[in-house]
Ligand binder design. Sequence first.
Ligand SMILES: Cc1cc2nc3c(=O)[nH]c(=O)nc-3n(C[C@H](O)[C@H](O)[C@H](O)COP(=O)(O)OP(=O)(O)OC[C@H]3O[C@@H](n4cnc5c(N)ncnc54)[C@H](O)[C@@H]3O)c2cc1C
Length: 511
Amino acid sequence: MSHGRARHALHRQGNAGHRLVPVPALTHHRIKEPHMLRREFVKYLTAGAAGQFILPVSGASAATPLNVVVIGGGMAGATAAKYLRVWARKLALDALVSVTIIDKSDQYVSNIMSNMVLTGEKTIANLTYTYASLKTKYGINFIKATVSSVDTANGWVYGKLNNTGSDILLNATPFNRLILATGISFDPSTFTLNVPSTVYANPWEAIPHAWQAGTQTTLLRNQLVNMTAGNHVAVTIPVSPYRCPPGPYERACVLADWLRVKKPGSKIYLIDPGQTADGRPPVEPNNFGYAFANIHKNLVYVQNARLTAVTGSLAGTTKFKTLSLVPNSATPLNTVNALASPTAVKVEVANVIPKMQAADLTRSVLGPAGLDADGRWAVVDERSYKSLVPKVYVIGDSIKSANQPKAGHIGNQQAKVCADAILRELSNVALYDAPVTNSACFTPVTTNLNSQYGAMASWLTATFRYGVDPTDNVSRMLRVSTNIESPGRPSKDNFSSMGKWFTSLMQDVYS
Ligand SMILES: Cc1cc2nc3c(=O)[nH]c(=O)nc-3n(C[C@H](O)[C@H](O)[C@H](O)COP(=O)(O)OP(=O)(O)OC[C@H]3O[C@@H](n4cnc5c(N)ncnc54)[C@H](O)[C@@H]3O)c2cc1C
């Protein structure tokens, strides 16, 4: 795909009756802040120069300094920290804006592209980023610690420095803004895990999710490499909402390709609780539907299937896992692949991706009053990402959003909207009330091992804008366009664009 084609597709969509908004750069070029924001921002700077909005430098000392603590230096948190400092400098407010990232790790491993670690095309080292540029280029402070609790009223953060010892106070100066960008945690309570200690000392090692890249990815990769050819693999998809909607389908595709070459005779089962009328995947039905039907003959796609139990067993030295499945809905929507009665699948490698929720820290800091009715996701104002707890903002995968997906690209954009909102507040400038965000996901569909096709990819994009939802009169981020998937078939051209998009995105976050 070329950048021009993506824009063209969106513009056509706009002309077809949707409101046309400028589309932020997707590929090839450096990712930029959403266009509407950028335009507003320029207006903001110009007005500031005229002394109308932003603080004149001479008056800056009269303003309250901002002490922002960002917990979580992943895709969303690192972007927010960077753009707070970048834009504060542009506004000549940098002396007033101090930003500290606190993260468990001083290295971030990207989830994006981590399916290619499973197939050996990338390594964890290829996907590892540090905070060095954020510290040296933008003057951001970094503390390596696992945060355990936050006193939001007084601005104190407590946790284990370098992840060891007892909890201590981590910040020397109290924060007056806190950004929680801690991603997701897992809720495995929807199935039972019965794995004897003779099979795995730690039963969770029987079912690596590999949905937070790093040690989990390596664990799953090793299980795949060591499995016996002819035995099978299963990937189970969680109920929505979950991080990266196309991710499990992408994983099934690249693993099917890898298995075909490396483990002849092995099949991969993709277990989906969702279902569609025609049996094609609910996400990117054209691209994945084509790949499932025409390329990956060793991929068995099962819809309407809910995992209820995983049972481990040994046969010689081989560790098997039996996945018990029941129909998710009593009414199967198709006769192609929707499960109609309980069944079981026995595999050697079980990649169980559990149900998700906002990370534990975010849920405990916000408390039930700051979460949605299920107590899972953070309730925020999508114009600023302000939570219901004073001084606390939440961005990235932890938030409840009716329309925006949980993805790194959009987390990067939410972070910029949040940084802009915080700086406006500092400068007594009204909140911008119609921010635009854009989501883009490139998905590898075949690997370099594929002798017929080579490495191919597809993509999915959507644009969102804040406004009143006519269905219930509530304001939120609305889809400006429906999801748009790459036209035609997965292609080598898309695969090459994917590399450029990924490099641009990660540079925008960490460089
Ligand atoms: C296989 C896969 C493929 C994907 N592909 C794409 C893609 O193509 N495009 C796309 O846009 N997205 C993709 N995603 C999704 C994307 O990776 C996530 O949506 C994104 O990382 C979310 O960003 P975040 O900042 O909310 O969370 P994260 O990036 O997970 O960052 C959270 C950070 O918080 C830290 N943290 C958590 N709790 C604490 C604590 N108590 N104390 C200190 N630190 C803490 C963690 O260490 C981590 O660094 C993919 C995901 C997967 C799993």
